[in-house]
Design a protein around this ligand. Structure first.
Ligand SMILES: *Cc1c(COP(=O)(O)O)cnc(C)c1O
Length: 389
């Protein structure tokens, strides 16, 4: 039986997959079981920040696997300490919790927000609502689905977790009307990823921070997709000139091994006390080893300048294509607005022509590996040109 049939016989059909079996990769090129090569402009949904099997990354992960692959959270490991310390240095957040995915990082943020208010204002204050934005995406667990501001996700799995209120992105009036004494946090993506690569306005972000500061409401930034250098700064919040109380990371932070991080500022650092949160795999040594290499590289001298230069180069090439109405997003997080063509059809056509891209709603989404070379960019752009001109 071929791989696809065997796979479908036993793995739940929760994804719409293309009929391609990926076997290996090197640089920014994935190779399928038939030896066909694909330039990667998708990074496994923004995850393979350093492309496929980066030498330093692979070496660190392999060395860790051979040293100690896991120990329970009853004990300490050096690699987790090193990863945490480097992340603290780079992000300016002193405290963090490690999980294994974006949804878990967000669950942790939600627990921090609710317990922060519970501890400070008491149970009777019922200060537990969290404002999230229309069209947001925060994950697939029951609670993060609740947090996700898209009705299509609020189906089948009733009853959902209560306590989420949606505000329209960039609508300050809506925010003011809903930010009452029942609210403990506002949670948002600076650029909605799955929602269509939609950046928030600076004025809206400033208003969120101003109102939240006045009311002692926490600001949670879901940087699962925008973080780890994706937008040209280590965190997208840097470009908005703000520091959220809590920031979550996952996707690109560890280069393709599963890590979710919930970063907390001083105000929230002690909220999750002993016994209030945990994860068997959280902070797993091989995941931390991968993460440490990514953070070291992305924060190294000149790396993000290169990311920004490449982003500008790609954007200038895209602007020359007839079918491109515009490109949204920041850095190497791009949502291409199309004039006439369907993003889904184009995504498939790219695949057929040897290029991996993504969609986000009706846009073609590009999340190339952060260390992609100009030669690889040019090869990908050539394929796009053939389809978009
Ligand atoms: C992908 C994503 C998530 C969910 O991450 P998982 O690792 O799939 O749980 C949450 N928030 C944002 C902004 C994302 O892009």
């Amino acid at each position: 039986m071929n791989t696809i049939d065997k796979f479908n016989e036993h793995v739940m059909g929760t994804y719409g997959r293309y009929d391609v079996v990926m076997e290996k990769g090197s640089g920014r090129t994935a190779i399928d079981e038939n030896g066909r090569e694909y330039i990667d402009f998708g990074s496994g949904i923004g995850t393979n920040s350093l492309g496929y099997c980066d030498e330093d990354w692979a070496e660190a992960v392999c060395a860790q696997v051979k040293a100690i692959q896991h120990t329970s959270n009853y004990y300490y490991t050096k690699v987790q300490a090193d990863f945490a310390s480097k992340l603290a240095e780079v992000t300016g957040y002193d405290k963090m919790f490690f999980g294994n995915s974006g949804a878990e990082a967000n669950e942790c943020a939600i627990k921090i927000a609710r317990k922060y208010s519970f501890d400070k204002y008491g149970k009777d204050a019922k200060r537990y609502n969290i404002i999230t934005l229309v069209n947001s995406f925060h994950g697939r667990t029951v609670t993060t689905l609740s947090a996700t501001g898209q009705d299509v996700f609020h189906n089948y799995f009733f009853p959902f977790t209560e306590g989420f209120i949606n505000v329209e992105a960039n609508n300050i009036g809506d925010l003011k009307a809903k930010l009452d004494d029942s609210v403990c946090a506002v949670m948002m993506e600076f650029i909605q990823g799955e929602g269509g690569v939609n950046p928030l306005d600076k004025a809206f972000v400033d208003e969120v921070f101003k109102l939240c500061a006045e009311k002692d409401v926490l600001v949670i930034a879901d940087e699962v997709q925008t973080g780890a250098g994706r937008t040209g700064t280590f965190l997208a919040s840097e470009q908005y000139g703000v520091k959220p109380d809590v920031t979550t990371l996952a996707k690109g932070i560890a280069g393709g091994v599963p890590v979710g991080v919930c970063l907390a500022n001083e105000k929230c650092a002690g909220v999750l006390s002993k016994g209030t949160h945990g994860s068997t795999f959280g902070g797993n040594p091989l995941a931390c080893a991968g993460g440490l290499v990514v953070v070291n590289k992305v924060s190294s001298e000149g790396f993000l300048d290169e990311v920004n230069k490449k982003a500008e180069y790609i954007r200038s090439k895209l602007a020359e294509m007839d079918e491109v109405a515009g490109v949204d997003g920041l850095g190497l997080m791009m949502g291409i607005r199309l004039k006439t063509k369907s993003a889904a059809d184009l995504c498939k056509a790219c695949l057929d022509n040897g290029l991996l891209v993504l969609t986000a709603k009706d846009k073609l989404r590009l999340l190339p590996p952060l260390n992609i070379t100009y030669d690889e960019i040019d090869r990908g752009i050539e394929i796009l040109k053939g389809l978009l001109v």
